[in-house]
Design a protein around this ligand. Structure first.
Ligand SMILES: NC(=O)c1ccc[n+]([C@@H]2O[C@H](COP(=O)([O-])OP(=O)(O)OC[C@H]3O[C@@H](n4cnc5c(N)ncnc54)[C@H](OP(=O)(O)O)[C@@H]3O)[C@@H](O)[C@H]2O)c1
Length: 250
């Protein structure tokens, strides 16, 4: 039996991943602030196991409690794979440093770095006893390695997520029953996040026009295609643990 915990399933890449997993009749634990009713309906129709945690990842104290419950649902005699996909992410607050809201900066790092760090820690601790293949995928971004004016928090947060991946990968290499952890940048994908980018102004994000052009030229990847590729990586030997990869090069 395979169990998947996916964050950010109310839209975009996370929704597409959860949809594919439901079609495969996998057991899926979804986390986002808004409940995705269409995923729930699909799971009911497919007689597939779906648990939905309507949760704000910025409320970090709740996360270990949720993971304790999720792991209590895992049948240790039947489990073959257990997977965490840290997909939820935010671009807000967009704009140049000096113009940003303090609370939004705090929530940004909670969502994009602190919550994934806590979930990774809980996942490794709670899965230690399981005789199963264990995998963590962190959804990163090209912004982790390229500075984009107007995205200082986002670039820093994704860079931190990649370094968490690389460091925890080092830790896991010497373990007997290790967790495989890797980061993957999905490319430019047609989701709400891209809508947010197109709705900013040049002052907030000087490269806005480039993203507008990619959209009008129909050059964005489709969430369904990206989801297929991410799921296929779970069953492939590459990326290796600790790797930071780009889906466009795999
Ligand atoms: N689209 C791209 O071109 C692109 C490029 C590079 C990297 N990425 C990365 O891909 C991932 C998925 O993004 P997407 O493009 O699919 O964007 P999206 O459609 O905006 O999805 C973001 C998801 O994250 C969830 N989320 C945001 N803040 C949250 C919070 N505080 N608590 C719980 N969930 C939260 C949202 O759910 P709720 O609002 O319901 O909470 C939503 O389900 C992100 O990590 C993003 O950085 C995307």
């Amino acid at each position: 039996m395979n169990y998947y915990i996916v964050t950010g399933t109310s839209s975009g890449i996370g929704e597409a991943i959860a949809k594919k997993l439901i079609h495969r009749k996998e057991k899926v634990f979804c986390i986002s602030r808004q409940i995705n009713e269409s995923l729930k309906a699909l799971a009911t129709k497919n007689h597939s196991g779906l648990w939905y945690y309507q949760t704000d990842l910025t409320q970090t104290a709740k996360l270990p409690v949720i993971f304790k419950e999720i792991f209590s649902f895992i049948d240790e005699n039947e489990v073959a794979n257990v997977v965490l996909i840290n997909n939820a992410g935010t671009l807000e607050p967009l704009g140049k440093s000096g113009s940003l809201n303090t609370g939004l900066i705090e929530n940004h790092f909670k969502t994009n770095v602190i919550a994934p760090a806590i979930l990774i820690n809980e996942f490794i601790r709670l899965s230690e006893r399981l005789n199963a293949k264990k995998t963590i995928v962190n959804i990163s971004s090209g912004a982790a390695s390229t500075p984009y004016a107007g995205w200082s928090n986002y670039c820093a947060a994704k860079s931190a997520l990649d370094m968490l991946t690389r460091t925890i990968g080092e830790e896991q290499k010497s373990k007997e029953n290790p967790v495989r952890i890797f980061s993957v940048a999905p490319g430019i994908v047609d989701t709400k996040m891209q809508e947010t980018i197109r709705n900013t102004n040049e002052e907030q994000f000087p490269m806005r026009e480039k993203f507008e052009k990619l959209f009008t030229e129909n050059r964005l990847s489709k969430p369904d295609d990206v989801a297929d590729k991410i799921i296929s990586l779970l069953f492939s030997d590459f990326p290796l643990t600790g790797d930071v990869a780009d889906l466009r090069n795999l």
